[in-house]
Design a protein around this ligand. Structure first.
Ligand SMILES: Cc1cc2nc3c(=O)[nH]c(=O)nc-3n(C[C@H](O)[C@H](O)[C@H](O)COP(=O)(O)OP(=O)(O)OC[C@H]3O[C@@H](n4cnc5c(N)ncnc54)[C@H](O)[C@@H]3O)c2cc1C
Length: 442
């Protein structure tokens, strides 16, 4: 059920050493590897499955500043600048197009929330346009629905999740990085309390600096080394349609359903705010931290027991560095899509747009959205373990903000002036009790 993702080859030989070992070849790891390589730092990236195989190829492809949590907005704005240059810089297709993104609604609460966000975002020089009912109608030609209003962000865009991660990883390789797929990191080798290497299933790489960008697996990796990282995953459903009439060039969010135009002329359809929280030992461990978020989001969430309870990223498992690890047992997290949500998406689209009444589903998939209690990522050194950095917990935003997140991680590792203030993303907030606020807008 995995969506298509561009395959790229691995480097033949695992290096004996590297300045930095990046664990995880999703958007976070690939973008960091690229930014580090641009600084002339040697990088080995290890990925347990294939580059981009998990969240990075399963997302909707929205690259947005619109409605971002204000703590995250500076990173999102820098990212949109980077996206604008990326195709040219890489000499490769990421699918990025600055199409703008559009939200329309029939719900007064949405409209009030968007108005408030727009006012506050102006302090950051982010200019979105609030739309009256007539303006929202004019921006959705072909729709038979009357809207209460909308919001349009012309500087946002869309990219192709099947292409972008691998293209950025290849960009890193062109600058000297090595890429190793089917190569799980089992754990860290420590000397005198500091990072000294990464033990992978294919051998050990000596290094003083490790960036863990393991997506939904980061908490398990950290737990193995006694590091507390409250993280939870929400299983969500998306699908791609066959080519269909163009009703938007970019992304369009409507009540209960979103669409994003694809390069192949179809749409990626998402069901906003709906998903399944899988009950798991890790979930129970961090339940208190996630309670405020859950209260805010509970309407679209259901609970279920999935594989994670026994043997997935959220299970309590122990292993030795000379033994097969859970990362090798699950090369790619590939949860099943929910047919009820797909039906809801198709029904809503037909209701809003008669021209989209008979969409053919080309492919469907599930994805695990890794989230932090306060809804923003950790991009930071982990002070209790000198040499270890994290770039993880992107809480459903990491595709769009990935390029700037990679740059921030690289700046921190290199000791360069950071691209944005790193304070909101510090790891210490996870352990010093300052992470209890619920997320802002998602
Ligand atoms: C349905 C859905 C829709 C979304 N829509 C959007 C959107 O429109 N816009 C947006 O900005 N974001 C969106 N997101 C979120 C976005 O996809 C993620 O935030 C982003 O891809 C996270 O990137 P990552 O690199 O942190 O994680 P991942 O892409 O999950 O990558 C982590 C990688 O680490 C590897 N790994 C883990 N542990 C190890 C180990 N021990 N050794 C080696 N490798 C390891 C995994 O195999 C994986 O490939 C969406 C997510 C989903 C699921």
């Amino acid at each position: 059920m995995s969506p298509f993702v561009q395959t790229i080859p691995s480097n033949q030989r695992l290096p004996e050493s590297a300045d930095v070992v990046v664990i995880g070849g999703g958007m976070a790891g690939s973008a960091a590897a690229y930014a580090l390589s641009k600084k002339g730092i040697s990088v080995a990236l290890v990925e347990k499955g294939n580059i981009g195989g998990e969240q990075t190829s399963r997302n909707w492809g929205w690259c947005r500043q619109q409605h971002r949590d204000l703590r995250e907005l500076p990173l999102a704005m820098k990212s949109l600048e980077i996206w604008g240059e990326l195709n040219k810089e890489l000499g490769a297709e990421t699918g990025f197009r600055r199409t703008g993104l559009l939200y329309v609604t029939t719900r007064p609460d949405d409209y009030a929330e968007w108005e408030a966000w727009t006012l506050r975002a102006r302090e950051y020089q982010m200019h979105s346009h609030i739309l009256s009912p007539a303006e929202a109608k004019a921006k959705t030609p072909g729709s038979t629905q009357d809207w209460m209003g909308g919001i349009h962000s012309p500087t946002d865009g869309r990219a192709e999740p099947s292409l972008a991660g691998p293209a950025i990883a290849e960009g890193a390789r062109k600058l000297g990085a090595t890429l190793h797929q089917d190569c799980a990191a089992r754990g860290l080798e420590m000397e005198a309390g500091k990072v000294a290497g990464v033990v992978t299933e294919k051998g050990t790489i000596r290094t003083r600096t490790v960036l863990c960008a393991g997506g939904a697996w980061s908490s398990l990796f950290c737990r193995h080394h006694g590091i507390r990282l409250p993280q939870a995953s929400v299983r969500s459903t998306s699908f791609a349609t066959a080519a269909a009439p163009e009703v938007t060039p970019g992304g369009l969010s409507m009540p209960d359903v979103t669409i994003r135009r694809r390069l192949d002329g179809g749409y990626t359809v998402g069901l906003g705010g709906r998903g399944v929280v899988e009950l798991s030992p890790q979930g129970l461990l961090y339940a208190r931290q996630f309670w405020p978020t859950f209260k805010k989001r509970h309407e679209g969430l259901r609970f279920g027991i999935g594989r994670s309870f026994f043997d997935g990223p959220e299970a309590f498992t122990r292993w030795g560095l000379d033994q097969q690890s859970p990362f090798e047992r699950h090369r790619t997290l590939d949860p099943a899509p929910d047919p009820r949500l797909m039906k809801l998406g198709l029904t809503k689209l037909a209701e809003y747009y008669p021209t989209l009444a008979n969409l053919q589903v080309a492919q469907s998939w599930g994805g695990m959205i890794d989230s932090m209690p306060d809804g923003i990522p950790v991009i930071s050194a982990v002070d209790p373990v000198p040499g270890l950095y994290l770039s993880t917990g992107f809480s459903g935003h990491g595709f769009g903000i990935g390029p700037a997140a990679g740059r921030l991680a690289a700046d921190l590792i290199a000791g360069d002036p950071p691209i944005v203030d790193p304070h909101p993303y510090r790891y210490s907030r996870m352990i010093d009790g300052t992470n209890l606020g619920a997320p802002g807008m998602m």
